[in-house]
Write a protein that binds this ligand. Structure first.
Ligand code: PGA
Length: 244
């Protein structure tokens, strides 16, 4: 399975999103082989899912709360994501961990809530530059994946995103990606996550159409989670074609 997911972060407004989707659909192969997805901000979920879900693309929320409803001002629940046409939800993006105090404990609950509402969690993990420099990369990834011992198995996609490579133009080198993805696969197997489910491992961090073919050649790289380059429909269509 190959997957390419656009993470729009806090970008675009309605007319830009509509124009993006219309342009993208014109430039995609008629029947893309890769699994494609878009993670727009909450305000655009309804619009984007109406446009791309009929064409078979996934739509992901960028976050979701573990409770179904209640007094959680500013939050969005998993059933609310489903209600606006989402098929999945990004969980644990490093910007959520870094700026909004997302914890592994909360993420374990969120994964279970996503499954309850039939949403596919795309769990993001990755080390900071300080952690890499201290030789802690694999320990950090192992810690972030240890929540799977609490959740048990279920449908899951994982994205390896070294924090120092996100939005910096500094992509991880092939041997670094190879080492991380092989380790993640071993951990997924150890936690029993892959026995009944195919769990693709995406790479994220400054992915562009120029760098993507090399990444796709690395064992265990099933695709990309793409920020900056995914705001251009032509670049996103090019990435989708490379993954086909
Ligand atoms: P980037 O973002 O492609 O702009 O580095 C990736 C991500 O944050 O998912």
């Amino acid at each position: 399975m190959r997957c390419v997911v656009a993470n729009w972060k806090m970008n675009l407004q309605s007319e830009e999103a509509r124009a993006f989707c219309e342009d993208l659909l014109v430039h995609l192969a008629p029947e893309p082989q890769a699994e494609l997805g878009i993670a727009p901000p909450f305000t655009l979920l309804s619009l984007v899912s109406g446009l791309v879900r009929p064409k078979g693309l996934h739509v992901f929320g960028q976050n979701g709360h573990a409770e179904d409803k209640g007094a959680f001002t500013g939050e969005i629940s998993m059933p609310q994501l489903r209600d606006v046409g989402c098929s999945g939800v990004l969980l644990g993006h490093s910007e959520r961990r870094q700026f909004f105090g997302e914890t592994d404990e909360a993420l374990a609950k969120k994964i279970k809530a996503a499954w309850q509402w039939d949403l596919l969690p795309l769990l993001c993990i990755g080390e900071t530059l300080a952690q890499r420099d201290a030789g802690e990369t694999l320990a950090v990834l192992g810690q972030q994946l240890s929540i799977l011992s609490q959740t048990g198995p279920g449908p899951l996609w994982v994205a390896y995103e070294p924090v120092w490579a996100i939005g910096t133009g500094r992509r991880a080198e092939a041997p670094q990606v190879l080492e991380a993805h092989a380790f993640i696969r071993a951990e997924l197997i150890r936690h029993g996550a892959c026995a009944d489910y195919e769990v693709p491992i995406l790479y994220g961090g400054s992915v562009t159409p120029e760098s993507f073919p090399e990444l796709l050649n690395i064992p265990e790289v099933a695709g990309g989670l793409v920020g900056g380059a995914s705001l251009d429909p032509h670049k996103f269509a090019a990435l989708a074609k490379q993954a086909d």
